[in-house]
Design a binder for this molecule. Structure first.
Ligand code: APR
Length: 322
């Protein structure tokens, strides 16, 4: 009655995820199950991405989607991706700062990005590997791509953590909470209470300064708190969700205004680094950096965070890696 059709269809949308670890595999699942794109999952460990892809393919009947998930160690299979997400690297272990990861992950990013660019020169690149801001800078340098096409995932995750803590504190639905977190993805990140709201009302009108300080602090250490609890491994559900949100904004050209690590060329008085700022994100990548009106204290905090990102860039340069 039906003729078997084993032709592999190449859907117009394809996302490659480099690194099939906890974040990468969860991200592949989210992208496929949200029906956003076919997914190519690549890892250097032979068999790992193939096994995960097959597992995800076997879930399709139950999850009701027809997206293809392919596992590979060959960059040729990533060809013509619309978006490439880089999660390859080593995650942070307990007691290890994101900066400790610098050298090992810099070597990974510097090797994987050019191979991915070679096969998908028109793709938009999202970096997830930590230390995030400096890895994004490095990815941009080695990619040769325009600044609008390379960005890092951190602000959406940090804002989502802040939103979670606000919702838990006030006992209010997460659906009514917005939050803005700027700066580097580290302990010096800059959650902005004035720009964080419950149905439009800034949390500065709803909480005591002490409570806000507590939540800001918890947000700043949101990743470390999870590392400490898990003992081995680090967060991956929320990071994968945050990366999927960015992928969706790009593929559906949603023109979302969300914080991502973007190249700064004078915005907020900062030059030649990647750091978390609100941007408009659509199918061309970053359409523009949104410049919020910051108070003196907020701007100072942003510059302090930028200083630590800059120090990491200088460290990379000293290692001849940037
Ligand atoms: N090429 C391809 N894959 C690589 C390479 C490489 N050169 N180096 C490492 N990998 C793969 C590993 O084999 C592993 O499968 O990257 C994957 C990393 O997965 P995990 O160790 O599970 O780490 P994960 O929790 O996913 O975090 C990945 O995201 O949030 C950040 O800090 C986190 O930098 C870390 C990254």
């Amino acid at each position: 009655m039906f003729k078997p059709n084993r032709r592999i269809d190449h859907s117009p949308t394809r996302v490659s995820v480099i690194g099939a670890g906890n974040v990468g595999s969860t991200l592949a699942q989210r992208i496929a199950e949200k029906n956003l794109a076919d997914v190519v999952l690549l890892d250097r460990v032979p068999g790992k991405p193939e096994g995960m892809a097959l597992d995800l393919m076997q879930a399709r009947a139950i999850e009701h989607h027809d997206r293809l998930i392919v596992g590979t160690s060959d960059y040729k299979d990533t060809a013509n991706s619309d978006v490439v997400v880089v999660t390859a690297g080593v995650p942070r272990k307990q007691g290890m700062s994101r900066e400790d990861l610098l050298r090992v992950n810099a070597e990974v990013v510097a090797s994987v990005v050019p191979m991915a660019v070679e096969h998908s020169p028109d793709a938009i690149f999202i970096v997830v590997t930590n230390p995030l801001d400096v890895m994004t800078y490095l990815a941009w340098k080695v990619s040769g791509l325009p600044k609008s096409k390379v960005m890092g995932m951190a602000g959406v995750l940090d804002a989502s953590r802040f939103q979670a803590f606000i919702a838990m504190e006030l006992g209010i639905s997460i659906a009514d909470i917005t939050a803005m977190v700027m700066g580097g993805h580290g302990d010096l990140m800059v959650p902005l209470p004035r720009y964080s709201t419950v149905s439009g009302v800034p949390i500065t009108e709803l909480m005591t300064p002490d409570a806000i300080t507590r939540l800001v602090d918890r947000t700043r250490h949101g990743g470390a708190e999870i590392v400490k609890l898990m003992q081995t491994g680090s967060a991956y559900f929320a990071p994968a969700s945050a990366a999927a949100e960015m992928v969706e904004a790009i593929l559906l050209n949603r023109r979302r205004i969300i914080p991502v690590a973007a190249y700064l060329d004078g915005e907020y008085g900062l030059h030649d680094l990647f750091m978390g700022v609100p941007v408009q994100l659509g199918q061309e990548g970053i359409d523009m950096v949104v410049e919020l009106n910051l108070s003196k204290a907020e701007l100072n905090a942003l510059h302090t965070s930028a200083k630590s990102v800059r120090e990491n860039i200088d460290r990379l340069a000293a290692m001849n890696l940037a």
